[in-house]
Design a protein around this ligand. Structure first.
Ligand code: HEC
Length: 130
C-alpha cells in the first residue's frame, strides 16, 4: 500500500528540521577552531603586489602610512614606498615583530601568520610590482 502523501510531507519537514539542527550544532566546528591558522596550510604561491600586498596595506597600514605625512617617514600606500622600507630592512622586522623595529601595525594585532607568510614569499621573490 502506498504511503499517504501527508506522511511523506511530514517526514520531509522532520528530516529538514533535524538536518538544520545538525547543521547549527556544527557552529563551533569552524575552520579557525579546527585548524588554527599557524601559517602551515597557507598558500604562498602567486602572491602579487596588486591583488595581495596593496589591499593588505590599504586595510592595515595606510591609515598611518599614506604618502601625505606618513608616520615614521614610511609610506605603505604606494609601491615605491614599500620597496624603500623593504630595502632598508625595517619593513619585515616591523610586521614580523622582530627586534630592531617598532612592531606594526602600531598598537594593533600582529598580522595573521598566513598574511606574514605571503608577505615573506613576495619579498623573497624580489618584491615585484606585479
Ligand atoms: C596606528 C598607526 C599605524 C599603523 C596602523 C601602522 N603604523 Fe607603522 N608606524 C607608525 C608610527 C607612528 C611609526 C613610527 C614609530 C617609530 O618609529 O617608533 C611607524 C613606523 C613604521 C615602520 C618603521 C619602524 C621603525 O622601527 O622605524 C615601518 C616599517 C612601519 N611602520 C610599517 C607599517 C606596516 C607595514 C603597517 C601595516 C601592517 C603599519 N606600519 C601600520 C604608525 C602606524
Amino acid at each position: 500500500m502506498a504511503r499517504p502523501k501527508i506522511n511523506s510531507t511530514i517526514s520531509k519537514v522532520i528530516s529538514l528540521t533535524l538536518f538544520t539542527l545538525f547543521l547549527s550544532s556544527c557552529y563551533y566546528d569552524n575552520e579557525e577552531y579546527l585548524y588554527p591558522d599557524n601559517g602551515s596550510n597557507c598558500d604562498t604561491t602567486g602572491v602579487q603586489y596588486s591583488t595581495d600586498i596593496a589591499p593588505l596595506m590599504a586595510s592595515t597600514c595606510n591609515a598611518c602610512h599614506s604618502a601625505v605625512s606618513p608616520s615614521g617617514n614610511i609610506v605603505t600606500s604606494d609601491y615605491n614606498g614599500i620597496k624603500t622600507a623593504i630595502a632598508g630592512g625595517l619593513f619585515w622586522k616591523a610586521v614580523n615583530h622582530e627586534q630592531g623595529a617598532t612592531p606594526m601595525p602600531l598598537n594593533g594585532n600582529k598580522l595573521a601568520p598566513c598574511e606574514l607568510a605571503r608577505i615573506k614569499a613576495w619579498i623573497d621573490a624580489g618584491a615585484p610590482q606585479n
